[in-house]
Design a protein around this ligand. Sequence first.
Ligand code: NAD
Ligand code: UDP
Length: 312
Amino acid sequence: MPKTILIAGGAGFLGSHLSDSYLAKGYKVIAVDNLSTGAIKNIEHLKSNPDFLFVEHDICAPLPSVIMDHELEIIANLASPASPPHYQRLALETLNVGSIGVQNLLELAKTKKARFFQASTSEVYGDPEIHPQPETYKGCVNSYGPRSMYDEAKRFAEAMIYVYHNKFKVDTAIVRIFNTYGPRMDRDDGRVVSNLIVQALAGQPLTIYGDGTQTRSFCYVSDLIRGFIALIESGEEGPINIGNDGEFTILELAEIVKELTKSKSEIIFKPLPGDDPLQRKPDITLAEKKLKWSPTVQLREGLLSTIEYFKS
Ligand code: NAD
Ligand code: UDP
């Protein structure tokens, strides 16, 4: 009998890639998604695969029997709005999915004796005072502000997982994901990589928020998914950072996108949103040591593939 993985958020950018990888490994994949920020087009190519099942459902509601009645070896929770414009628009939904939704899936993992995997985020470190950020850093997060519905939901989720792990002995794993990009990013979700590429290809001005000196570290999606699988298979509990430790200012990113797209677009500056972290770079020592994982795709190479995706 093939093993089964339930992927919550399976119609999203990362969830659809994780679905591809587990199908390729011979698993049955059940993708559950309410399509709030994901899209059927991300999983269209899987619909004729007999080992793939899509269930349109909000994980904050009681789970349907098609899921409850199934044997599950792994439950991977990627369900949550992820880009700042989306989680600010879907503010209550973001708080609910990080609390009620996560608890629903943890209860399921407890019942099924499944391994539970949570997509957490570098946002748990907030606007960090320590650079790069190791997993031991406790963060500098504003609990009352424009990013708090996301940051605090993800922190609450980690706390809930800690309780299920320690009190109910659920087998859990937490990955803290740093900015990831690649094919199937939503062109309209407002993240910097998709915005800049779409703008450059359309000959529109490239928008930089603030003066562009803030930094991010960009991980290509195939590297991230390889890290997910390494963590799931390792039995490690985490939290473990997965990200690319190459660090770029947003202005540098815009210049590289301009160069790679051969765009003549100008760069324009817009106000910096509140609580926007000034710097971010993962310390990936733990992933290298515990998972034997390190990123392999450099920014220019990953951007070229992403540009091809947006062109098509
Ligand atoms: P995405 O928006 O493409 O995917 C999230 C998916 O979750 C979407 O398909 C959405 O419809 C679904 N969803 C949201 N609420 C739901 C609910 N209540 N019930 C069922 N489905 C629901 O975003 P993504 O970039 O693929 O992110 C996936 C996960 O990884 C998220 O949890 C996000 O917080 C986390 N993450 C992503 C990044 C990144 O750079 N992409 C960075 C840090 C953390
Ligand atoms: N950003 C930008 N122009 C855009 C979109 C975002 O300059 O069109 C900035 C944003 O203010 C932040 C960085 O790019 O400093 C990364 O933004 P993103 O939304 O991709 O991710 P996050 O802020 O969650 O790391």
